[in-house]
Design a protein around this ligand. Structure first.
Ligand code: CP
Length: 330
């Protein structure tokens, strides 16, 4: 998302809205090809990109390193005498000769905080590629998810999200999930001009450098980023509650202590109907997949607040718009 300024970003959202209304299916990208590299599993991202390609008349090839394609070495300067077969450098240059866009999913390694924050792997791929690279969730960001989130929020407020209260609420989870989705959700809400609240235990707060960037986006729109350690206080008057689990920064230095915080100390951060009742009839969003009755109760997932299925559908429309923009089709 940082490659596009606010007007360019809004232009993509406008296009996505139009494509959705028209149920756009025309072979405007006939003969084009996507190469989609998945280092990690996916349901929504994979199917929505494949479907978007078909709707535009393009093709797609799924590359899952080690599962039908060679295993990739990703480290620069590695002595490749282990079981990794092909260096990413060659693989990406070769794939670039076959396809018109490369999509990459490469989650945070959760071992080196600076490497994750710098998004080293996807940035290396960007250097090796000779065609545009789309981030399908990297260590630091999930921009395609954020575009779908932006479309969903705009739909909820008749295209006037400015000034509405957006709450990103941390929630418990048994696994150490990365921070890409929360980073990007905060960014899109700020760039839409919403009043953004990050609700999380102190120990789960993302890196200050990321928060500074969100504050910059909010400041440009005349709004603010508030950080609230009291979940109930954050939910008061919310117009959107975006539920998400992530591992706190302690995961890099003391994973056992972090696990205890995430699964025991803050187990009562599960989002439920009582908490949603504090909001201003907020829409409940989640990027999915979600652990029911850990992250969020069945009552919220199946109740009137839930808009997560529309949110998932919007991945298709937003990504169709991204492909069309990168192919200069609007
Ligand atoms: N939200 C999301 O990216 O879903 P998948 O991991 O299933 O692609």
């Amino acid at each position: 998302m940082s490659d596009w300024d606010d007007p360019a970003l809004m232009e993509v959202l406008d296009k996505a809205e139009q494509l959705k209304k028209e149920d756009f299916r025309k072979p405007v990208a006939d003969g084009k090809m996507l190469g989609l590299i998945f280092f990690n599993p996916s349901l929504r991202t994979r199917i929505s990109f494949e479907t978007a390609a078909v709707h535009l008349g393009a093709g797609s090839s799924i590359i899952q390193p080690g599962q039908g394609t060679w295993t990739f070495e990703t480290r620069t300067g590695a002595v490749m005498d282990g079981n990794r077969t092909e260096h990413l450098k060659e693989a990406v240059q070769v794939i670039s000769r076959y396809v018109d866009i490369i999509g990459v999913r490469a989650f945070a390694g959760m071992e080196d905080p600076e490497a994750d924050l710098e998004d080293r792997l996807i940035r290396d791929i960007g250097k090796y590629a000779t065609v545009p690279v789309i981030n399908m969730e990297s260590a630091r960001e999930h921009p395609c998810q954020a575009l779908a989130d932006g479309l969903t929020i705009r739909e909820r407020f008749a295209n006037r999200p400015q000034g509405k209260k957006f709450v990103l609420s941390w929630a418990p989870h048994p696994k150490t999930l990365p921070m890409a989705v929360p980073h990007s959700a905060l960014e899109i809400a700020a760039r839409l001009g919403m009043e953004v609240t990050l609700a999380c235990p102190q120990e789960m707060q993302p890196d200050r450098r990321v928060l500074d960037q969100i504050e910059e986006h909010a400041g440009r729109q005349g709004t603010q980023l508030a950080i609230e350690n009291d979940q109930a206080a954050a939910f008061e008057g919310a117009d959107i509650v975006y539920g998400k689990s992530w591992a706190g920064p302690l995961v890099y230095s003391d994973p056992e202590a972090e696990q205890k915080l995430r699964t025991e100390t803050y187990a009562d951060w599960t989002i439920n109907e009582q908490k949603m009742a504090l909001t201003r009839d907020a829409g409940f969003m989640h990027c999915l997949p979600v652990r029911r009755n850990v992250v969020v109760s069945d009552g919220v997932m199946d109740g009137p607040h839930a808009i997560h299925i529309d949110q998932a559908e919007n991945r298709l429309h937003a990504q169709k718009a991204v492909l069309m923009k990168l192919w200069n089709l609007f």
